[in-house]
Design a protein around this ligand. Structure first.
Ligand SMILES: *[C@@H]1O[C@H](CO)[C@@H](O)[C@H](O)[C@H]1NC(C)=O
Ligand SMILES: *[C@@H]1O[C@H](CO)[C@@H](O)[C@H](O)[C@H]1NC(C)=O
Ligand SMILES: *[C@@H]1O[C@H](CO)[C@@H](O)[C@H](O)[C@H]1NC(C)=O
Ligand SMILES: *[C@@H]1O[C@H](CO)[C@@H](O)[C@H](O)[C@H]1NC(C)=O
Ligand SMILES: *[C@@H]1O[C@H](CO)[C@@H](O)[C@H](O)[C@H]1NC(C)=O
Length: 413
């Protein structure tokens, strides 16, 4: 976003901001030398500069302000900035790793602050509600936002018509001006652990059989449908012990969407849901991590993605991941290539929009793995609603945007 637009936005705010930047700098100098400026006074001053800075909405525009303005305007050092977010447990590992790399990056850059970025792996559902209730600066989600929340997305093509005072209204403060940006693609692997299954062989499934398994219509490994898909092995006469996510989860929403599309029985008995009523024989885990811990005792721990290291630690060996026939009729497994292929096919002609939800599920392609998904981050275009006048909150918002810019532009992540 260009400066012209950010100026427009800033100038739309009310007159309490009309402290000139030179006056502000003078005031701040007093605060940093000698006796410390009382907090409440600083708070008042920062109310006025916080608004224009936070008003700078989109990522790029804000970034250009980060280094310059933090050196010029913010002489007061903020040792720790808490930048908190919650959401997707499936993607948590990636975010934790990236946040750690970002911290190292800031240290190497000799940044004058430390970003203490907590990402709490809850679930997409909790992440979205934390975000819309104003408890977090960002949310990570694998599923789309609800129709009701969509009204809080600013329109894409009329920035001039944006009336900033609408977004500073206390009545609407937690929500307005959200944006959704795709961050990572992932896949859900069907992990199994069947007693008596021949070593070295791989289980082959298709969408309809998988749906029948997850609604309890197929409950034995030696079921004729499974046997037909695996002609070269004799399926053991064992009961299928399934697991499912018990909490509300974006990945479950996507998983059930896939199953319902391929299995009529699944659609009728369970249906699409972020928190479905799994068959009563299923053992439920409340996060992707918890599902992994069941691996050693259950035979088909649901839709765990390729979290191989954790799986290995839990069962002492590499997890077995089923081969899935995609809608093109090809045998696929969740790999970087098979997911990238799905993403390329879908993303090629997707333009940027504030509500940038796209799905890479069930792409008809000879290479694409079918249960693939994109994960997203929810950010606000306007962070006005944070504690009025809090200098720290101002800095936190800048650090937040800096992190996501880093995340989206650093190849190494
Ligand atoms: C995030 O930080 C804010 C401000 O410190 C706090 O009020 C809120 O409870 C935190 N949310 C979570 C989910 O930690
Ligand atoms: C912006 O919205 C506020 C509150 O609804 C209204 O009072 C004001 O006149 C609007 N300003 C413009 C330029 O439309
Ligand atoms: C999946 O496999 C089963 C068993 O071979 C078969 O009956 C079913 O038609 C297959 N589904 C699709 C969509 O091909
Ligand atoms: C699967 O094995 C069970 C237990 O041995 C048996 O009762 C059932 O008939 C078998 N199913 C098929 C389709 O062979
Ligand atoms: C599989 O994909 C190829 C290439 O996109 C396409 O030409 C073909 O029709 C597809 N086959 C099926 C069965 O959908």
């Amino acid at each position: 976003m260009d400066t012209k637009r950010s100026n427009e936005r800033a100038s739309g705010t009310d007159s309490s901001e009309a402290i000139s930047s030179s006056k502000l700098r003078n005031l701040l100098k007093i605060g940093t030398h000698g006796t410390a400026m009382p907090l409440y006074l600083r708070a008042q001053i920062f109310t006025s500069i916080c608004l224009p800075i936070a008003a700078i909405a989109l990522l790029c525009g804000l970034l250009t302000n980060i280094d310059e303005s933090s050196n010029r305007n913010f002489q007061i050092q903020v040792p720790h900035l808490y930048v908190n977010g919650t959401g997707s447990s499936m993607m948590a590992n990636t975010y934790w790793r990236s946040l750690a790399m970002f911290s190292t990056y800031l240290t190497n850059q000799k940044a004058s602050y430390i970003v203490d970025s907590k990402y709490i792996s809850t679930s997409s559902g909790v992440g979205k509600s934390d975000f819309s209730n104003g408890y977090s600066l960002y949310a990570a989600t694998d599923s789309d936002v609800s129709k009701a929340d969509l009204q809080y997305y600013l329109p894409d093509n009329n920035p001039q018509k944006t009336n900033i005072s609408l977004y500073t209204s206390p009545k609407t403060y937690p929500h307005l001006g959200s944006i959704m940006i795709p961050t990572i693609a992932g896949a859900m692997g069907i992990v199994y652990n069947i007693q008596g299954f021949p070593e070295g062989a791989s289980l082959i499934l298709n969408g309809s059989v998988l749906g029948d398994i997850f609604c309890g219509a197929i409950s034995w490994w030696n079921d004729t449908a499974i046997q037909q898909l695996n002609p070269s092995i004799v399926m053991p006469s064992k009961m299928i012990k399934g697991t499912g996510r018990g909490d509300s989860s974006g990945s479950t929403q996507i998983f059930t969407t896939y199953l319902a599309a391929h299995s009529t029985q699944f659609a009728n008995r369970i249906g699409i849901s972020s928190q479905p009523k799994w068959p009563s024989s299923f053992v439920l885990g409340n996060s992707a991590v918890e599902l992994i811990t069941f691996l050693h005792r259950l035979s088909i721990p649901s839709h765990i993605y390729q979290w191989k290291q954790s799986c290995k630690q839990s069962i002492g060996q590499d997890p077995q991941v089923a081969i899935l026939l995609n809608s093109n009729g090809t045998k696929t497994t969740p790999t970087t290539e098979s997911v990238t292929q799905a993403m390329q096919k879908v993303a090629a002609d997707t333009e940027f929009s504030r509500h940038n939800f796209l799905t890479i599920l069930d792409v008809n392609d000879p290479i694409a793995y079918p249960i693939a998904l994109m994960s997203f981050v929810l950010l606000r275009e306007n962070y006005f609603w944070f504690t009025p006048g809090s200098e720290t909150d101002c800095q936190r918002v800048k650090a937040l945007v800096y992190f996501w810019y880093y995340f989206l532009t650093t190849q190494a992540l």
